[in-house]
Design a protein around this ligand. Sequence first.
Ligand code: ADP
Ligand code: MG
Length: 380
Amino acid sequence: MRTLDDLELDGARVVVRVDFNVPLDGSDITDDTRIRAALPTLAALKERGAAQVILLAHLGRPKAREPEFSLAPVAARLGELLGRDVPLADEPERDELGDGPVVMVENVRYFAGETKDDADLAARYAALGDVFVNDAFGAAHRAHASNHGIAKLLPSGAGLLLQREVETLTGILANPGRPLVAIVGGSKVTDKIGVLQAFLERADTVLIGGAMCFPFFAAQGIGVGSSLCEEAGIEPAREVLANAKPGQLRLPTDLTLGRSFAADTETQHVDGVETPDGWMGLDVGPKTAAEYAGIVESAGSVFWNGPMGAFELAPFEPGTRAVAEAMARTQATTVVGGGDSAAALTQFGLESQVTHLSTGGGASLELIEGKRLPGVEVLS
Ligand code: ADP
Ligand code: MG
């Protein structure tokens, strides 16, 4: 993969694709992490003499030029962070771009052909600068005009954020510290089956938590009550059980149950994994939490995707908290992917205690599964 080191940046106008897909409440940005995550690349470009940086980004999924998806609040916030105005152009045209070292173009999803990787649109983007840098890891699993088509038309390379994501995520697969422990939880087995399979091939131990465990229990004929248990996940779970090496796959041995998915619901712990009718499993139990934390602490490297329970609800937080705290304590390389897993770490104030917190949900899972990311491939 080409990086900033492979590009002629001195005096260049650099088109940079960034991931500024921030959560908005009206026009208020409720979390500007993604904007701040682009600052190191912008600083590096400045240091290497770039004449102008032209930012391309998407926001939400507008079907046309819908004003609520304008990047205006993002340009304003970036301007505050940089301490200078960031002009926003309506169209990807050279003579519409504002002056100044950093300028932006409106939401790329406003332009017909963006998500179809349209060659004419890519050529319009390419005409904005001399060099292309892709720093939008979160969009790298899509081949769109602003991250794929343009890269074929200009000298191009990865920005610092994208480079770090790819190197860390492929590193934990290719050359992990041993033992490698993978923790897979969350709510949808069918979304994560590829990740599970990738880790069955490489990890010494795979810990299952969250609602992921119920298709595994159902496949073994264990009652799941009204737990969230994806029907379509049962067959893949059966295959995973059949393919795992002895002792490699760990399932919870106790559970915390609730009557419903609510913070004020009646709860009980069961020492065992049979969920009675009228109850749902909403967290791993204390015994499992302690056991998983111990395994994390003696790991050489850990990859975690998916919370151990419904951590948003106070009674079902402890399992996820125990694993997160073990991740924070250990000296092992710790990599976290997934939006809710990141939200859990933030809820516990531990987001800076892991080695790498991936910014790209779908992209990080696809990379772990061994899929090729078009936005990355095109840079090699
Ligand atoms: P990530 O975004 O980290 O990939 P997911 O989106 O797969 O994670 O899963 C997160 C969601 O899973 C959370 O909203 C959490 O409440 C839910 N969840 C975890 N365990 C359970 C459970 N036992 N029952 C129902 N929901 C659960
Ligand atoms: Mg999620």
